[in-house]
Design a protein around this ligand. Structure first.
Ligand SMILES: Nc1ncnc2c1ncn2[C@@H]1O[C@H](COP(=O)(O)OP(=O)(O)O)[C@@H](O)[C@H]1O
Ligand SMILES: O=P(O)(O)OC[C@H]1O[C@](O)(COP(=O)(O)O)[C@@H](O)[C@@H]1O
Ligand SMILES: [Mg+2]
Length: 544
């Protein structure tokens, strides 16, 4: 049974470049053929007829091969089904949708042209999963692959586009604005490109500005957004009215989860009014909490900047007796920045994130670990995400405080830990050198680094291609490295958080050496935030 191969049999040969979504539910059955063992193929779809080794595969004509060898004991069929992601499209509600050739195809096109004119077909897809267990049935989702289409639904010369940035700052905002403008002008020939100032409220309360390649030429070198941003101010009807009044066809919204919730409503309202308007979003947030996509732009840069703060903390604590450095980083509900910056620096002894509750005092708690670090190394670097340990510092839940966008205002866990650690050791007459670093806005108010710049370029270009293809209510982003169009409604249903079962979190714990401070791991009698002196069992515990 050594040369077992998995063959996906299909009665009808699928047409050239057919989308996997079109195949429906399939059974995968094992097939044995010794000659195949010499053929080097992997987990891709191959069209047997198209293979060079025709002789060897003669018997397999008009069949699809799924993967190479599989363990001999697995012989039962696996059920694999494909569902197409329901990305809204103008053709769903506009019956008279004309199409036009892509400007790349026009002989007189002066715009940028890809050398090989590699257009993306509507049948091309990106699957949501690349790692699977061969014994488990698979329900795969296929998203339309991002990229230029041969036929587009707007005459580029008549298109008016608007760009807006909303929510908190993020490295790369200006690069996205620049590349939207450049792609619209140079790849499609769009002349009327407008920048909406100060976020959503700017649609109806501010003058818009004109954007062109000259104006945006050097902005990718700047932090922030040349358009300005804001929280709050989302007024659906006023915004759509402004879009109609100014004759806008394409709206590009750059923002995070809140912004995309608003953009989904804009797209829906345009559909309801039967407007020939597409709404595209480019997902932004340093928190990296957007689901489905691999990561959000600006995250890499933020991690890089956060690592500098950690380095500074480490230098400080290394030079003073019993140095304890606390670095507070952004991350409202997700601890990705804290996790990745800690992992990259390798000098962090403890990383606290919103996803992991922690006990401070008592056996197995944070203070016990601080004592251990000081006695073993004479120093400690602690990184805390702003959303961690909110049960200790959260405001009165009966009067929940929200910002203008409806986001919960957080208590200051950084200062709380600073004071708690300092006072615990002071009580014992022990000298500790406390250092507190809060680089909050410094990690996001910078220009994007090189890799984020490239990433922003791809996101912006993909968004423009998607809008010209007629998609609306979509977000763009890479899924396992390939850019795809994703319905906004899917993006806003969940927030991505650090998966504690994932090996990345294990790597962090291995790197810091921190124990599990979560309440379930603490012996009874030592739980809760304020039980510092309850049931002391040794002199060591009594100070914790
Ligand atoms: N549920 C929502 N529906 C409509 N608009 C929203 C919603 N949540 C937030 N917004 C708007 O989106 C913009 C940015 O939201 P915010 O949460 O501040 O930042 P981010 O988009 O980065 O998450 C704000 O103008 C806000 O009013
Ligand atoms: O002080 P501000 O501007 O409200 O921003 C603080 C928040 O912005 C963020 O950087 C990103 O949040 P958004 O993605 O919602 O913009 C959070 O990490 C942080 O809590
Ligand atoms: Mg947000």
């Amino acid at each position: 049974m050594e040369n077992v191969h998995w063959i996906r049999q299909s009665k009808e040969a699928p047409p050239e470049r057919s989308s996997m979504a079109a195949f429906g539910s399939v059974a995968v059955v094992p097939f044995q053929h010794k000659k195949l063992s010499s053929v080097n193929y992997s987990c891709r779809y191959f069209y047997a007829n198209g293979w060079k080794k025709k002789k060897k595969l003669r018997f397999q004509r008009k069949r699809w091969i799924v993967s190479s060898t599989c363990p001999p004991e697995e012989t039962s069929p696996i059920s694999v089904s494909f569902t197409s992601a329901p990305v809204p499209h103008l053709s769903h509600f506009l019956t008279d949708l004309d199409t036009f050739p892509h400007p790349f195809l026009l002989q007189d096109a002066t715009s940028y042209r890809p050398l090989n004119l590699n257009f993306i077909s509507e049948q091309d897809g990106v699957i949501n999963k690349v790692v699977w267990n061969k014994q488990e049935p698979q329900n795969l989702v296929v998203y339309p692959r991002a990229g230029p289409r041969e036929r587009i639904v707007f005459d580029p010369k008549s298109v008016k586009a608007a760009i807006v940035t909303c929510g908190g700052l993020c490295p790369g905002l200006n690069t996205v604005i620049r590349e939207l403008t450049e792609c619209l002008r140079y790849q499609y020939g769009v002349v009327d490109i407008f920048g909406v100032l100060q976020g959503y409220r700017g649609f109806y309360s501010k003058e818009w500005i004109r954007l062109d390649p000259e104006r945006v030429d050097a902005i990718h070198k700047l932090g922030g957004t040349i358009l300005g941003s804001s929280r709050g101010g989302f007024d659906l009807n006023k915004i759509v009215d402004a879009i109609v009044q100014r004759g806008i066809h394409q709206v590009y919204v750059i923002g995070g989860d809140g912004t995309i919730r608003g953009a989904a409503q804009l797209s829906e309202e345009c559909r309801r009014r039967k407007l020939r308007v597409t709404v595209a979003s480019i997902p932004k947030t340093i928190d990296n909490d957007i689901p489905i996509i691999d990561k959000s732009f600006g995250f890499d840069t933020a991690v890089q900047e956060a690592s500098k703060a950690i380095d500074a903390a480490h230098t400080e604590v290394s030079c003073f007796p019993n140095g304890i450095g606390i670095v507070k980083l952004m991350g409202r509900n997700s601890g990705f920045i804290a996790l990745y910056a800690s992992l990259s620096s390798r000098e962090v002894d403890c990383c606290l994130i919103p996803e992991v509750p922690f006990v401070i005092h008592g056996r197995g708690g944070l203070m016990e670990y601080v004592a251990k670090c000081l006695s073993e190394r004479g120093k400690m670097v602690l990184v805390v995400a702003e959303g961690a340990g909110q049960e200790y510092v959260g405001n009165d839940p009966s009067v929940e405080q929200l910002d203008a966008s409806g986001n919960k205002k957080l208590g200051d866990i950084g200062h709380f830990l600073y004071e708690e650690i300092e006072s615990t050791w002071k009580k014992q007459g022990m000298e500790v050198s406390m250092k507190y670093i809060d680089p909050t806005y410094m990690i996001r108010a910078v220009a994007s680094n090189a890799s984020d710049n490239i990433y922003c370029t791809l996101l912006a270009h993909s968004a423009v291609h998607g809008a010209f293809a007629g998609y609306t209510g979509f977000t763009v982003g890479p899924i396992h490295g390939r850019h795809a169009y994703i319905p906004m409604t899917e993006i806003v249903t969940a927030q991505k958080q650090v998966d504690l079962r994932d090996r990345m979190w294990s790597r962090l714990v291995n790197s810091t050496g921190q124990p599990d401070f979560s309440p379930r791991n603490i012996p009874k009698g030592f739980q809760g935030p304020c039980n510092i002196y309850s049931s002391p069992q040794s002199s060591q515990e009594s100070i914790l």
